[in-house]
Write a protein that binds this ligand. Structure first.
Ligand code: DX5
Ligand code: ZN
Length: 218
């Protein structure tokens, strides 16, 4: 069974509480929280205050995708505001293993995100420290871009790397996960699907249970 993580940046903020209720009733597995600094990526997005507010109305775990230049300064910040999984970009880390250990030391799951053009070679030296790999299928920063096709083989290569070394890992896929792409992404080895406007929020909330369960059962 796959896990689904609706991308909160794609929710209509004027309708947030109602949308969260509908998503919880549809048994989503996680909420995907995009945090951007206007520096690592050319955009701003969600923040810890919003995470804390979500935590007050929902028990669904949150995964935070930190798209910032100095992510290690925000690990505790995210943990204190209700994050369950904290994902940092490999491109931003001088000492990735130290950062992953810092996350686990706070009792949270440690994730590594990788941009489409980033080589996955470094991962083989840190397999035992990683709970989740977030494979970006688009350059991060904006919803609604075009999926970069090499993402499929990259997912397969990451899955093999972990499996061959005897490690189980969650492989999250972020960017353009929708009806047309999701089956291929899952077949490639992904098991956590970030759903944005074209994958989920194009549907009426009354359709969420059916749509979510379809993705979970791919
Ligand atoms: C991109 C964000 C994604 C985005 C996905 O930087 O991390 O979470 O919201 O949206 P879609 O699926 O529309 O590309
Ligand atoms: Zn994201």
């Amino acid at each position: 069974m796959n896990k689904v993580s609706p991308s909160v940046m794609c929710i209509d903020m004027m309708d947030l509480k109602h949308q969260l209720e509908a998503l919880d009733q549809a048994h989503v597995d996680l909420y995907h929280i995009d945090i951007m600094d206007g520096h690592f990526v050319p955009n701003y997005c969600l923040n810890g205050d919003l995470m804390a507010a979500i935590r007050k109305v929902s028990d669904t775990p949150m995964d935070v995708h930190l798209m910032v230049t100095n992510p290690t300064e925000f690990i505790e910040y995210c943990a204190d505001r209700g994050a369950d999984i904290i994902t940092l970009h490999l491109e931003t880390l001088d000492h990735p293993i130290r950062a992953l250990k810092q996350i686990r030391a706070l009792g949270k799951k440690a994730g590594i995100a990788i941009n489409p053009a980033t080589d996955i070679g470094q991962l083989k030296y840190m397999l035992e420290f990683i709970d989740l790999v977030c494979v970006m299928t688009v350059d991060p920063g904006f919803a609604g871009q075009t999926l970069i096709p090499s993402s499929y083989e990259k997912i397969t290569a990451i899955r093999s790397m972990f499996t061959e070394a005897g490690y189980d890992v969650d492989i999250m896929v972020d960017g353009q996960v929708k009806e047309e792409t999701a089956p291929k992404l899952v077949a490639a080895g992904a098991n956590v699907l970030v759903l944005g406007s074209s994958g989920l929020f194009c549907h009426d909330p009354s359709e969420y249970p059916e749509v979510i369960s379809k993705y979970q059962n791919l």
